[in-house]
Design a protein. Structure first.
Length: 260
C-alpha cells in the first residue's frame, strides 16, 4: 500500500522536529530513514503511523489519513514498532503478541483459534516458539525486541514501521529479523519504513534511503546514491569508507583518524 507524506511538519512549540518532508513510498518498497542523532527520524515515523498529528501537511496510507482513523482501523493499515516500547511486565509473551490481533477481534469477542495460531507462528518465525509462557519481565532486551516485532507482524497490516529494529540484537538475530521482514515484504508486498543508525544494514536491505538532518530531507534515492563518502562526512561529520559488496549493496565502514 502506498504511503505518502506531503509538506509534513511536526512542531513542538517553535521547534520543528520534522520540517517539510515530501516522500512517496510505493507499495512493496523498503525505505530506510537515516541521519545523525536528533535528525527527526523517530518523530517522522510516529507521524507516518498517525500517532502524532502534523502541524502542517499530511500523511496518507492508501488514500487514508491515519491520524484521523480510530485505533482499530489504523492498526489494520499500519503496524508500528517503537524503539522503546511500553509493555506490561506481568503479561506472557503469547498474550502480548495476541494484542496484535485486537483489530480483528469483534467488540466483546475473544481471540479465536486462528488468532492464537497466527501469534504462535509469528513467535516461531522469530525463534521464540519456546517463549510463549514466559513473562515479559524475564526477557533480555534483544528477546523483548523480537517479541514486539512478533506482535507487529501478527497485525498483518500492509505497512510496517520500524524504529531501530536491530538496536538490541546480536549479529545473528539482526540478520534473522531483517531477512524475515525482507521475505514478508516480498511475499505480501509489504511496505516497510525503518529508522536505522546502522548504515551498512540500511544499504543492504533498503531499496530507498532518505537522509534527514534537523528534520529536513537532505538526500533521498537508492542506497548507492545517498550512502556516499561525501554525503556521510558532510551530514554526520564522520570519516568513512564506502564499499560496494559482491551482491551490489553498500557497506559503510568508519575510518580511523589516528595511527594504528
Amino acid at each position: 500500500m502506498e504511503l505518502r507524506a506531503e509538506g509534513l511538519v511536526v512542531a513542538y512549540g517553535r521547534q520543528h522536529a520534522v520540517d517539510g518532508i515530501d516522500v512517496t513510498l510505493r507499495k512493496g518498497s523498503w525505505t530506510c530513514l537515516i541521519g545523525p542523532n536528533g535528525a527527526g527520524k523517530s518523530t517522522a515515523l510516529r507521524a507516518l503511523a498517525g500517532l502524532v498529528r502534523p502541524s502542517a501537511g499530511s500523511v496518507t496510507v492508501g488514500g487514508h489519513r491515519p491520524d484521523r482513523l480510530g485505533p482499530r482501523a489504523r492498526a489494520q493499515l499500519i503496524a508500528y514498532v517503537p524503539q522503546q516500547p511500553t509493555v506490561p511486565d506481568d503479561a506472557t509473551v503469547l498474550d502480548y503478541v495476541l494484542l496484535g490481533r485486537t483489530a480483528y477481534v469483534p467488540t466483546f469477542g475473544v481471540d479465536s483459534d486462528e488468532d492464537r495460531a497466527m501469534a504462535s507462528a509469528c513467535l516461531h518465525r522469530l525463534d521464540l516458539g519456546s517463549f510463549e509462557r514466559r513473562r515479559l519481565d524475564t526477557l533480555s532486551g534483544g528477546e523483548l525486541q523480537r517479541v514486539v516485532l512478533a506482535r507487529a507482524l501478527a497485525q498483518e497490516a500492509p505497512v510496517l514501521l520500524l524504529d531501530e529494529p536491530t538496536s538490541a540484537l546480536d549479529v545473528a538475530h539482526q540478520q534473522q529479523v531483517l531477512d524475515l521482514v525482507a521475505g514478508l515484504r516480498r511475499d505480501r508486498s509489504l511496505t516497510v519504513v525503518a529508522a536505522m543508525h546502522d548504515l551498512t544494514l540500511a544499504g543492504q536491505y533498503a531499496d530507498r534511503v532518505v537522509l534527514l538532518r534537523q528534520g529536513r530531507v537532505q538526500a533521498q534515492g537508492r542506497p548507492s546514491e545517498v550512502l556516499t563518502r561525501d554525503t556521510i562526512e558532510r551530514h554526520y561529520g564522520a570519516r568513512v569508507h564506502v564499499v560496494e559488496l559482491p551482491d551490489g549493496s553498500t557497506a559503510v565502514v568508519p575510518r580511523r583518524s589516528g595511527p594504528t
